[in-house]
Design a protein around this ligand. Structure first.
Ligand code: ZN
Length: 279
């Protein structure tokens, strides 16, 4: 099916600067064939869209999500993160059924589509159902089973099984990452297993980092180092990484993080809600 979109303001991200110009776009099935000024109006197409006064831009990317948690929004809030997780969220997470994971993820996908987000980077559990929901909505996603000390074997097997299916399919909109949940929920052996798995599968790793001051104190007490140093010493930065939050990083941490492959996922709404570092 051929579609011609005319009169749009097109924002492209070619080069270092964003450019906005009035252009037409010719789409053949799912492939953009041309983005040019004044594409021949006599081109035979199945559908014409006059996008006068509209902006066409690349889809937004949400680099850190837990899609299946949408149902918990607003549940027992006004607590610090650890209190909220341990006393509010973990007990109800245990009650989630696969069908809940599907519909919660589906809701999050619809909300992303509404805001122009076309790709997300998700980590949680029960990801088989989240993948089904993402596929049903047509979004792109990087998906990871969040591995903690108490849930290693099944999640490693699932990661391996799904990576073989999706990461070898160049047309798939789903790709599989490895996820170690966080420095404070993963001991050194668990982190090392995750790094080795990411290397084995030739993929990246998604992990929370320095989200709260309490987390930094926990790591300092356990290992006498900062969480960025903890991950660095366990070779986490040998693989491409997405580090979620990264709020409590020091100048010396930034020196380490300057050289990693990947980067920090900034989550301003979550961090503002938690009043992290006076945000
Ligand atoms: Zn998170």
């Amino acid at each position: 099916m051929k579609t011609l979109i005319t009169n749009a303001y097109v924002l492209d991200m070619v080069g270092d600067f964003a450019n906005i110009e009035k252009k037409d776009i010719l789409i053949n099935d799912n492939i953009i064939e041309k983005i040019e000024k004044d594409i021949d109006k006599n081109t035979i197409v199945d559908q014409r869209i006059n996008a006068k006064n509209m902006l066409i831009m690349p889809g937004l990317i949400n680099t850190h999500t837990h899609l299946a948690m949408s149902i918990f929004r607003g549940y027992k809030t006004d607590k610090k993160l650890m209190d909220w997780l341990e006393n509010a969220i973990f007990p109800v997470e245990d009650k989630l059924e696969p069908e809940d994971i599907y519909w919660n993820s589906y809701l999050s996908c619809l909300e992303m589509i509404k805001s122009g987000t076309t790709t997300c980077n998700d980590m949680y559990f029960g990801m088989d159902k989240t993948i089904e929901a993402i596929k049903a909505t047509g979004l792109r996603a990087i998906v990871a089973w969040s591995i903690k000390d108490d849930s290693i074997k099944d999640k490693i097997e699932k990661t391996r099984e799904y990576a073989k299916i999706y990461n070898n399919d160049k047309n798939s909109k789903i790709k599989i990452f490895v996820s170690a949940d966080a420095p404070y929920t993963c001991n050194p052996d668990t982190i090392k297993l995750c790094v080795d798995l990411a290397k084995e599968l030739n993929t990246g790793l998604h992990i929370h980092l320095a989200q709260t001051i309490d987390e930094e104190s926990k790591i300092k007490t356990r290992y006498n180092k900062r969480s960025t140093e903890y991950l660095s010493d366990l070779d986490v930065f040998d693989v491409p990484v997405v580090l979620a939050h990264g709020i409590y990083v020091s100048d010396s941490d930034i020196e380490i993080l300057k050289n990693i492959q990947g980067g920090i996922s900034h989550n301003p709404i979550s961090d503002c809600k938690l009043s992290s570092r006076n945000l």
